[in-house]
Design a protein around this ligand. Structure first.
Ligand SMILES: *[C@@H]1O[C@H](CO)[C@@H](O)[C@H](O)[C@H]1NC(C)=O
Ligand SMILES: *[C@@H]1O[C@H](CO)[C@@H](O)[C@H](O)[C@H]1NC(C)=O
Ligand SMILES: *[C@@H]1O[C@H](CO)[C@@H](O)[C@H](O)[C@H]1NC(C)=O
Length: 243
């Protein structure tokens, strides 16, 4: 099989990182996205031999540290290792690759396409068929990498084929995972059809949430999410939602 030939090494590395990060909490930095003013708790993976560098931010409803949120606004910015805009990166909303809701994002032309996935094995994750919904606020693609700002509804709990899980924002922390690769997905025009090359790097982090992640502005920020970008899947491709 062409894909995931490095899975054994990745598995070992993944467990080593899991042990380290469960013992350590990762404090967020406060990040304000300049075009929208949306404020995030954000974590950055530094550039290294395993990662070209990426930043993931989470903005939550005002009461999310008391009452579990069902959605968030996300900021995902991924550098391109090859300096030509190629690559993909992914976030696990349950920390591990297995049995967690995975969000994969990659550039496709001028667009950033996204795909929800779930995996029961260290192989190409399946398309997630549950209720999670992603709506974009904005995106950008250039040779240095890509960025997508989005609303993610139904993303803190998941269920597929008898596997269920959730992330509880009232715990004031999220167990998150990242993965990144330098090559574009193949067959990437339609996110459901794409295949990923095994990622070069991944890890899990225990993401502490502080009050900077929550805002009374959340609902008005969420209203900015109006564009669904399904890719070219043989049906209408870009839908601008009417509010
Ligand atoms: C979240 O998952 C835990 C088990 O990991 C379970 O006990 C709990 O009921 C779940 N919560 C929700 C809201 O589904
Ligand atoms: C918000 O972020 C700033 C800068 O990172 C930090 O100093 C401050 O403690 C944070 N505030 C809260 C309420 O967590
Ligand atoms: C939309 O789909 C058409 C073909 O169905 C394709 O030519 C076009 O490039 C697609 N546009 C975007 C933005 O994906």
């Amino acid at each position: 099989m062409k894909f995931f030939t490095r899975q054994v090494a990745a598995l070992v590395a993944g467990y080593a990182c899991l042990q380290v990060s469960l013992a350590q909490s990762s404090k967020p930095a406060s990040f304000t996205e300049p075009n929208t003013g949306i404020q995030f708790d954000a974590w950055t993976v530094a550039e290294s031999s395993l990662s070209a560098g990426l930043t993931f931010g989470v903005a939550l409803p005002e009461d999310a540290l008391d009452t579990d949120a069902t959605e968030f606004i996300g900021y995902l910015s991924c550098n391109s290792a090859n300096g030509d805009g190629s690559g993909w990166c992914g976030i696990s909303l349950g920390g591990s690759m297995l049995d967690s809701l995975l969000l994969v994002a990659y550039p496709q032309g001028d667009n950033v396409l996204t795909s929800f996935r779930i995996a029961s094995d260290y192989a190409m994750p399946d398309v997630y068929t549950g209720d999670a919904k992603l709506t974009q606020i904005s995106w950008s693609v250039d040779p240095t990498g890509f960025t997508v700002l989005f609303r993610c509804q139904g993303c803190f709990s998941w269920e597929q084929d008898g596997t269920a899980g959730n992330a509880s924002t009232s715990a004031s922390r999220l167990l998150l995972g990242w993965a990144q690769a330098e090559e574009n997905p193949t067959d990437g025009a339609c996110p459901d059809d794409m295949s990923l090359m095994q990622h070069e790097g991944q890890s899990i982090w225990n993401a502490e949430l502080d009050a900077n992640a929550t805002s009374s502005m959340y609902d008005s920020w969420a209203e900015l999410a109006r564009i669904q970008v399904p890719g070219d899947c043989g049906v209408g491709n870009r839908t601008r939602l009417r509010h």
